[in-house]
Design a protein around this ligand. Structure first.
Ligand SMILES: NC(=O)c1ccc[n+]([C@@H]2O[C@H](COP(=O)([O-])OP(=O)(O)OC[C@H]3O[C@@H](n4cnc5c(N)ncnc54)[C@H](O)[C@@H]3O)[C@@H](O)[C@H]2O)c1
Ligand SMILES: [Zn+2]
Length: 370
């Protein structure tokens, strides 16, 4: 990571597809300049949603305009239910109606939902457009916008249609996080805690000391926490872009159980990070039985999550419901049930098979925390 006055830069090192993740405060208005810097000189189609456009349309439009770039703004309906092939087809049609052609580029302005859809459109329409990510949620800034996974859901499951398609650059303005609803902001914090758990013990200690300031959205803390998280994501992606060697799978820490909680509740009751927060604790408990993860480190994880106000109240869901769903989800994905388990804070062991009674005990533990 290097820094100048306002921008922290992280490189995702992928040979001739390498790119920079630029994180700063108040830098959204630099998007036009950065497009030009990257030689993106054609028409720019900005894909976003009504809530985000209300807030940030003018800043982006005038920046593109100031740099002599023609822009077209397209809005998609918000919500996970609209992350589907219908939305993709609408976008294809709207882009073509607006005379977008090869050599033009697409910007995703918004959260992960927008980025995943816009990226999939960019990867597939006319066999590919230059693509830029302007993420505006914590989750998108530290995770979804980096690493090139793009795609949409099918009725059978999430993210079943997609591609690996890397952006030309990522521009993350932490000032945009000030308008994020409290619950969305907190949910994104779970991913930040995840990065500390999987790769960076020192960062975990930093979070123990600074989580309140992060939750208060103090810019220095946001900048630090987001750029460290981006650095970890970039490093992991750089080692295993296509999720072939197992390195990238460490990013799924907490997600096997988390996904089961989300899907069992129809993606409505819990935000992604809230479900992952419970999943990380469950994985931590499995770790105490399988990898020798120290009990006091599990306590620290639980304590940190409590500061972020994650609730372990899973209502009427039972551990057996979760176990059934984990088996089902893995069948749909065509995989075996494996977990990413911590060995110590800052280090995880991917692809671990865990005996079901151990999983059950871990779920009982999470339930008992409520
Ligand atoms: N591609 C990947 O690697 C990857 C990784 C993780 C998650 N995802 C995907 O990301 C999606 C979730 O992303 P998300 O959590 O960002 O949710 P989201 O995109 O649905 O955004 C959450 C809400 O916040 C609003 N919003 C966005 N930015 C705002 C801002 N600055 N101010 C006010 N409101 C704002 C949105 O309109 C929306 O209502 C899921 O579809 C998930 O599958 C992808
Ligand atoms: Zn996640």
């Amino acid at each position: 990571m290097s820094s100048d006055n306002t921008i922290l830069r992280t490189v995702v090192d992928l040979g001739d597809r390498s790119y920079e993740v630029c994180t700063g405060e108040g830098i959204l208005g630099q998007v036009g300049y950065m497009m030009r810097q990257h030689n993106l000189n054609g028409t720019v189609a900005v894909i976003s949603n009504p809530a985000v456009l209300d807030l940030y349309h003018d800043e982006v439009a005038s920046s593109l305009d100031d740099h002599g770039l023609r822009s077209v703004f397209l809005s998609i309906r918000e919500g996970e239910t609209h992350k589907n092939l219908d939305t993709v087809r609408h976008l294809y049609e709207e882009l073509l109606e607006n005379s977008i052609e090869r050599g033009d580029s697409i910007i995703a302005l918004g959260g992960g939902q927008t980025g995943d859809i816009a990226g999939f459109v960019a990867a597939t329409l006319l066999r590919g457009f230059d693509f830029v990510q302007d993420p505006t949620t914590v989750l998108a800034q530290v995770d979804a916008a980096i690493g090139g996974k793009v795609g949409v859901n099918l009725p059978l499951g999430k993210n079943l249609v997609g591609a690996f398609y890397q952006p030309r650059f990522v521009l993350s303005d932490v000032a945009t996080l000030m308008s994020l609803p409290e619950r969305e902001f907190r949910s994104g914090i779970a991913e930040i805690i995840k990065y500390a758990c999987i790769r960076d013990r020192e960062f975990f200690v930093y979070l123990e000391e600074n989580l309140e300031s992060l939750l208060a959205r103090e810019s220095r803390t946001m900048l630090h926490a987001i750029s460290v998280s981006c650095g970890i994501k970039a490093e992991v992606v750089g080692q295993d872009e296509l999720e072939l060697t197992g390195v990238r799978s460490i990013l799924n820490f907490g997600h096997t159980i988390g996904h089961a909680i989300e899907s069992l509740t129809g993606y409505r009751r819990f935000l992604h990070g809230e479900a992952v927060a419970a999943g990380m604790v469950a994985a931590g408990h499995m770790g105490t039985a399988v990898t020798g993860f120290p009990g006091e480190e599990l306590d620290r994880l639980v304590a940190l999550e409590r500061v972020a106000d994650f609730s372990f109240d899973l209502g009427d869901l039972s551990p057996d419901d979760i176990l059934d769903r984990v088996r089902f989800d893995k069948k749909v994905e065509g995989g075996r049930v494996r977990y990413v388990l911590p060995r110590r804070l800052g280090e995880v062991i991917p692809r671990t098979t865990v005996p079901e009674p151990v999983v059950h005990d871990a779920l009982d533990y999470v339930w008992a925390l409520t």
